[in-house]
Design a binder for this molecule. Structure first.
Ligand SMILES: [Zn+2]
Ligand SMILES: [Zn+2]
Length: 454
């Protein structure tokens, strides 16, 4: 633990001033200098901190001063269990925070205020104050190849009778390829879909320095960097191949694919800065995440739709349509019937798409990190057979009436009304699924109970 050398007080890294400051006596220090002689922090090969484990979701957070971690940034729970000092291998690199917490809250507020259907509780200052600066372990790959390479090419030459003749070429060249900054987060708690959305500028990374951690949390890594190696290689090989095939000299000889076997693979660990906020839903069953990149200020969040706001908006739209129809836009009963059936078909398609997404989410098909540590699946109830049946009825009923060639208008209007009514019933379910898709179900919460409010 690094303490103030003048008074023994708690030190924090001040993002705005780019200085390490003492909370007690106000001294400030250059983070690039060694601050405290107490422990040879800069020289040792270890990173020492206190680990707190969340008894609800299992997340482990580290901090580096005497203050306690009072709530879990991943689920909002206050059931944090302090464990002993933990010694980790020192990371290789760090990107210091360059956005302050206030800037981060501003960025989030700007986004939320633009979104019409966001529930009010997501805008409360009490909630927003819980944004926490967390250093996330990232695995950084450097792939390089330098040396001679050969590729094969084949080109049409001429035709003779039934035969086509091709000339084969061997293209020899020298390659000097270097891929840096292919980075992947090493915490299974941070979903890949979030980390991919707010990438870091790898060029600004510095040699690891524990002074930047002061006043922030750090996540502990629970995913091996090896699982992303393949992805990094594929990314680099694809790019290499694109570049190679875009060269005139190479295309001229009919080369159609390029492959490179990166012999030099360097794997390093860096601590990258994120502001993290878990917002619990009103019923305390789900959390929505808001994550701001502490270097670039980019935000990723998935905002749920407020049911009450949605209903109000729908009523307003319905009123506008009603007025329009009354003011002369006259549809004949058959058209009304066809339109109703058309709406139901759209409803059916949306439901099927949503269902596919929920299935992916359930199996974490898009996230190597989680898949590597998580064996049990999140149980998300999917689109039921009943919903499917209701929607099929909503499509079919107006079509049957249309086909029957009934004379009285009332049948057409009635079937359109029934169809739209059925569609509305499924819409509530759809909205619920939409919100589920954008949030993460809290584990064990039903058993333990928990409260985000202080
Ligand atoms: Zn001091
Ligand atoms: Zn937790």
């Amino acid at each position: 633990m690094i303490k103030c050398p003048n008074c023994g007080g708690v030190l924090n890294y001040n993002v705005k001033e780019k200085q390490v400051k003492c909370e007690h006596c106000g001294s400030s220090f250059d983070p690039k200098e060694k601050i405290a002689p107490t422990k040879k922090a800069g020289e040792s090969n270890d990173l020492e901190g206190k680990v707190y484990t969340c008894s609800q979701c299992g997340a482990s957070l580290m901090n580096f001063d005497e203050t306690a971690i009072t709530f879990c940034s991943y689920c909002g729970s206050q059931a944090m269990i302090e464990s002993k000092m933990m010694v980790q291998t020192k990371p290789d690199y760090i990107i210091p925070f360059s956005k302050t917490k206030e800037e981060c809250i501003e960025i989030f507020k700007r986004k939320v205020n633009k979104s019409l259907f966001v529930p009010n509780y997501m805008k409360s200052d009490l909630v927003l104050q819980k944004f926490r600066g967390i250093y996330m372990p990232y695995c950084i790959y450097k792939l390089s190849y330098s040396g001679p390479k050969k590729e094969k090419g084949s080109k049409y030459s001429h035709r003779s009778g039934d035969y086509q003749y091709y000339d084969d070429y061997t293209i020899e060249f020298d390659v000097d390829a270097k891929y840096e900054g292919l980075s992947y987060d090493l915490s299974s708690k941070l979903y890949d879909r979030y980390s991919r959305a707010i990438p870091f500028d790898d060029k600004e990374k510095e040699e690891f320095n524990p002074n930047y951690l002061l006043g922030f949390y750090a996540d502990t890594k629970d995913v091996s960097g090896d699982i992303y190696l393949n992805e990094a290689i594929i990314t680099a090989v694809d790019d290499y191949s694109d570049k190679l095939l875009s060269m005139k000299e190479v295309r001229k000889y009919g080369c159609s694919s390029g492959y490179i076997d990166f012999k030099d693979v360097e794997q390093k660990v860096g601590m990258y800065p994120l502001y993290f906020l878990a917002i619990r839903s009103k019923d305390q069953k789900n959390v929505n995440y808001a994550i701001v990149n502490g270097q670039t200020g980019e935000l990723v969040t998935e905002l749920p739709v407020s049911y009450s706001k949605y209903i109000v908006a729908s009523l307003i739209i319905a009123a506008i349509i009603f007025v329009l129809i009354n003011s002369g836009l006259v549809l004949n009963p058959k058209e009304v019937c066809a339109i109703a059936s058309g709406f139901a078909i759209i409803g059916l398609i949306i439901n099927i798409i949503q269902n596919g997404k929920l299935k992916n989410r359930e199996t974490h098909a898009d996230d190597k990190g989680i898949k590597s540590v998580k064996k049990d699946k999140d149980k998300i109830k999917r689109f039921s057979a009943v919903t499917f049946l209701i929607l099929v009825l909503a499509v079919v009923i107006p079509l049957v009436v249309l086909a029957s060639g009934l004379v009285r208008d009332i049948y057409y209007y009635a079937s359109a009304l029934i169809s739209l009514g059925l569609l509305l019933i499924t819409f509530y379910g759809l909205l619920k699924k939409h919100n589920e898709l954008l949030s993460t179900k809290l584990p064990q919460l039903e058993k333990r109970g928990g409260d985000e409010s202080e």
